[in-house]
Design a protein around this ligand. Sequence first.
Ligand SMILES: [Mg+2]
Length: 230
Amino acid sequence: MKNNFKVIGFDADDTLWINESYYRETEEAFFKLLSQFCDRDTASAVLLKQEVMNLNLYGYGAKGFCLSMLETALTVSEQRVQADTIGEIINLGKELINKPLVLLDGVVETLDYLKGKNIRLIVATKGDLLDQERKLGNSGIEKYFHHIEIMSEKKEENYRNLLSSIDLRPEEFLMIGNSLKSDVLPVLEIGGYGIHVPYHTTWQHEVVDDFTDHSRYLELKKITEIMGVI
Ligand SMILES: [Mg+2]
């Protein structure tokens, strides 16, 4: 892979810091609350369907997730869910938003290395604006980034807009992230470069299963391996 990029973009959730594991923990607690109405697999299927249906209305992130949990509780209980259970679900959502910010191993070391190479670094992430701003503020790594882009979607058009707003040609841009679907494929599609660093857990909606190799793409096991490539 070439290594004279002007700008490197980092996804945030599950690329720079832990995120998906917190959602999985919250879901398990939520499924327990619903066990009076249905089994775990049913609750899980209804929740995923509700989340995907709500994406257009609420976008990505914790607040939309909370609303999807509430709607799921209404559905599986056939509108019989008690107010105290609703209260517990809302608390689960607040706990999710207040989980500690934990950087993934090697992130600071990698950012230090890239900064030393004089490459401009940016964050390009989906999620709630306030939630992502809070996480970045708590992360201690905000100082490494020239620009933070909180995107409503990560499709080709969104990346095209991002690059034109920072005056960059696609071939000058490398995007690094844990989601093939959101961080890599659309960037390859518009002529940029992509590095996939998988996280051990992937939200089902982000899973892609028909990806063939690409000359502007690389998969790494750990974020620190970027230092051997760039
Ligand atoms: Mg991510």
